[in-house]
Design a protein around this ligand. Structure first.
Ligand code: PLP
Length: 395
């Protein structure tokens, strides 16, 4: 008998991917300019010029056998050292290359880390709204994802609800800031409070809880907002990172895991990560892009268009009567649907050419996600459709 669980997963696409496929079909039918596709978090700005230059240099001047050959399973030593040095410089940590594992993006970082830490029957607490793949990644290990609702006014963590969710089976807490889909950035106060609760809880039951921080949007913040670096607040932390968004390289599949070497058992956790990477076949991340990271780590794409898209959309949508929490980071708006069912709201939006992802899979009913990583002129052209959609609910 085949593996029914995987067959089911393979047959049902994520709602984001489903809408993205629909967008492609619809564009072919009625013309690209008539479809306002806000489905996918695909960066709309090009990679920094330094990326193009480094790629040219590598392909022209590197020995091709070395350039395209295998690296160490955990990643090339120089790539890992570059990542560690970059984090140390920015966040005053003391990481070494031995705490870094190079991966194929944040998805691989997460699946490896979850497999390294979890046993069947464990629980992972996360905060709604959350990236829908967390459920798939967690449940595939035999563990359970427990979603705690965030504060709907701010989408920050609701600590009363968190305390109620922690129990003897809780092995890890998974956070994502800047957040997909809300765009919220957890404040320093929020991270401090979270750390205090987890320390107290770990001490009271004599077993650690790990904090896994999924950070593919770390550099995508606006108006000088700072993203607190979890390792500075909580010892038992693991950072899952991706260069997909900051360097606009989502198709190239490059990222890393960083294990906080302040925790007592860090080398065991790192060994578990190497083991899980091996078992899952996630060894030796793409060699060309590991070498690229050595040259461009620290660069960020020009994100000014995301900020202007955010500002324009937020003020226009509020003007039309939508409820929007203005996000500090990432490139998503999480907007309250104008009826109780987000799915039927998103269906009605489709008739206006607006492709919005219903929030149910993000663990938050009654909202839709708008990925505003699109050209500015599309935002402008889509505004009359948003206005007409809102008006249709006033009739
Ligand atoms: N985590 C979050 C919160 C995301 O939004 C994404 C992608 O959009 C991922 C993980 C996966 O990132 P990657 O494409 O680097 O695997």
């Amino acid at each position: 008998m085949l593996n029914e669980k995987n067959i089911k997963l393979g047959k049902v696409r994520s709602s984001i991917r489903e809408l993205y496929e629909y967008a492609k079909k619809r564009k072919a039918e009625i013309g690209e300019e008539n479809v306002y596709d806000f489905s996918l978090g695909n960066p709309s700005v090009p990679a920094p010029e330094a990326v193009r230059e480094a790629l040219c240099d590598l392909t022209q001047n590197c020995d091709p056998v070395e350039l395209h050959g295998y690296t160490s399973a955990q990643g090339d030593a120089l790539s890992r050292k570059t990542v560690a040095d970059n984090l140390n410089k920015r966040f005053a940590t003391r990481l070494t290359q031995d705490c870094i594992y190079m991966t194929c993006g944040a998805s691989a970082s997460l699946t490896i880390t979850l497999n390294a830490i979890l046993n069947a029957g464990d629980e992972v607490v996360t905060f709604a709204p959350f990236f829908p793949e967390y459920r798939v990644f967690t449940e595939h290990t035999g563990a359970k994802l427990v979603a705690v609702d965030g504060d709907p006014q701010t989408f920050q963590i609701d600590f009363n609800k968190l305390e109620k969710a922690l129990n003897g089976r809780t092995k890890a807490v998974l956070i994502n800031s800047p957040n997909n889909p809300s765009g919220v950035v957890y404040t320093e106060e929020c991270i401090k409070k979270l750390s205090e609760i987890l320390k107290r809880f770990s001490a009271s039951r004599g077993e650690p809880v790990y904090l896994i921080s999924d950070e593919p949007y770390r550099e995508l913040v606006y108006d000088g907002v700072k993203v607190p670096f979890v390792m500075n607040y909580y010892e038992r932390s693991v950072v899952c990172y991706s260069f997909s968004k900051c360097l606009s390289l989502p198709g190239e599949r490059i990222g890393y895991i960083a294990v906080n070497n302040v925790m007592e058992e860090w080398s065991e956790v790192y060994a578990g990560i190497c083991g899980a990477g091996r078992a899952l076949g996630f060894v030796c991340a793409p060699s060309l892009f590991q070498k690229l990271i050595v040259k461009v780590c620290g660069e960020v794409s020009d994100i000014s268009v995301y900020k202007s898209n955010r500002d324009r959309l937020c003020s226009a949508l509020r003007g039309y009567g939508y409820t929007v929490v203005k996000p500090d980071g990432a490139f998503y708006l999480f907007v309250k649907a104008l009826e109780s069912s987000a799915k039927s709201f998103a269906e009605r939006a489709k008739t206006y050419g607006l492709l919005l992802v219903a929030g149910d899979d993000f663990g938050c009913n009654g909202y839709v996600r708008i990925a505003y990583c699109v050209p500015a002129d599309m935002i402008e052209r889509s505004l009359p459709a948003f206005e007409a959609l809102a008006r249709s609910y006033k009739k």
